[in-house]
Design a protein around this ligand. Structure first.
Ligand code: BGC
Length: 442
């Protein structure tokens, strides 16, 4: 690894999670507004404006800068900027996002924009959302318009955030917006998001100054036992979670080892899609949090697998119920390094959720410090081993709306009081500041 090059130190947030549910700037209705309504969650309370980032972005960017970060990753909410998912952009929202970008630039902070972090305009969901191939047309129009609006100021682009998660949770299991279930919704959503990734990448890469990628969720998948059924089950989950979205980006097409799954998926693949899937991202955004133990389960309908909860295995867990396992970062990076045609890697999310509490006016989050120290050490080793990791973005700059977990798990290095909106830098934030200073180039 040539460590004379700049290493990106940054922090990440997303729009819905920090802007919350208030309809600022005549924001349109997104699938998350509708999904929470269906689940009878009243989003009108003060805490549902989350961090109220719309009104506090200046102080948040200044805090990020004071901690030594030079990069800031945030998303544009599709429903905020284009309320109906097509047509003219909402001028008030354009002005707001432009102000955020300009404020970053004024403070020498590089903005990284995620184009889609899960907030589809409800109007497009009414047409079937990601399950309807028409989404490709709307998404392409949206990407072009975003670039035409912000392209002179922004050069770092992340096309999608974790398509494996928003398609599986939102269109297969029904536990995230839009709450749909079943393979008939999931398989087309999966294929369309793979195509959308490359459509977005190819468009943005037409402009040579851009640095373009997309962010994928990677889990460290482990078999529950050495038994060959568990091994096979783990391998299947690994394919689905880790390889399905990555390999098309590397020009390899879909993995074909899940034969019956692939057969069903191919119903949605049209002639010419192989070509449409071709793209050359500058980087893969890797989002790594934990390890998952997988067991064979003959009664589960699709893959015959079961995820064994870490608590059951008496492992230390986080506020998400995930295993506190920072080594996942090292294991995933080692696995990624087996791909010969791998582009640069930027860790676009990594962090840990705790139930942080104020202690006087401090937040003593030692568990987070330990987790981060381990994870960062894995990155250091990976770089020594020539794995091309170019940057690290902690998740998250701020405590925020954690989807269906609402506000309980806190991922931030900055604590947010959701009632008063007061921010307090946690001990982990100060710790990271020091770490960055001492490891600028990693
Ligand atoms: C998502 C974030 C989320 C985080 C922790 C990632 O899957 O991109 O929006 O807050 O994980 O759950």
């Amino acid at each position: 690894m040539d460590n004379t090059e700049e290493f990106f130190w940054g922090a990440s947030i997303s729009a819905t999670q920090t802007e919350g549910f208030h309809r600022y700037n005549f924001r349109g209705v997104s699938i998350w507004d509708e999904f929470l309504k269906k689940r009878k969650i009243d989003t009108s309370g003060i805490e549902f404006s989350s961090c109220d980032f719309v009104k506090h972005y200046e102080q948040d960017i200044l805090k990020l800068k004071s901690l030594g970060f030079q990069h800031f990753r945030f998303s544009i909410s599709w429903a905020h900027i284009q309320p109906l998912g097509e047509g003219m952009f909402n001028n008030l929202a354009v002005k707001y996002y432009k102000n955020v970008i300009l404020f970053c630039k004024k403070n020498n902070i590089e903005p990284w924009i995620t184009l889609y972090h899960w907030d589809l305009p409800e109007n497009l969901e009414k047409l079937g959302g990601w399950s309807n191939r028409l989404i490709l047309h709307y998404f392409e129009m949206y990407v072009k318009q975003i670039y035409q609006t912000f392209g002179t100021e922004v050069k770092n682009w992340i096309v999608l955030n974790e398509p494996s998660v928003f398609t599986a949770a939102g269109y297969l299991l029904g536990i995230h917006a839009p709450g749909k279930k079943g393979l008939k919704n999931y398989l087309p959503a999966l294929h369309h998001s793979v195509l959308a990734q490359s459509i977005g990448i190819n468009y943005l890469k037409k402009y040579p100054q851009n640095y373009v990628g997309t962010s994928l969720h990677f889990g460290d998948i482990a078999p529950y036992s050495k038994n060959r059924f568990d091994q096979k089950a783990a391998n299947q989950v690994h394919t689905l979670m880790n390889r399905m979205f990555l390999e098309p980006l590397l020009g390899m097409g879909y993995p074909k080892n899940l034969r019956s799954f692939y057969k069903r998926l191919s119903v949605h693949i049209r002639p010419g899609d192989d070509k449409l899937m071709q793209c050359k991202p500058d980087f893969i955004g890797a989002q790594i949090y934990t390890r998952h133990f997988i067991k064979y389960n003959p009664i589960q309908p699709y893959l015959k697998v079961k995820v064994i909860k870490p608590k059951k295995l008496q492992l230390e867990t986080t506020a998400m119920g995930w295993e506190n396992y920072p080594n996942a970062v090292g294991n995933v990076l080692n696995w990624l390094s087996i791909y010969e045609n791998l582009p640069e890697i930027v860790i676009t999310e990594n962090g840990i959720a705790l139930e942080d509490e104020m202690n006087g006016n401090e937040i003593l989050d030692n568990t987070r410090i330990e987790y981060l120290e381990h994870a960062l050490n894995c990155i250091k080793i990976a770089r020594q081993n020539q794995i091309p990791v170019r940057g690290y973005f902690v998740w998250s700059l701020l405590d925020n709306f954690e989807w269906m977990e609402l506000f309980r798990p806190r991922f931030g290095i900055i604590y947010v009081d959701f009632k008063t909106k007061v921010r307090t830098i946690k001990h982990s934030g100060y710790w990271l500041k020091n770490y960055i200073k001492e490891n600028l180039k990693m």
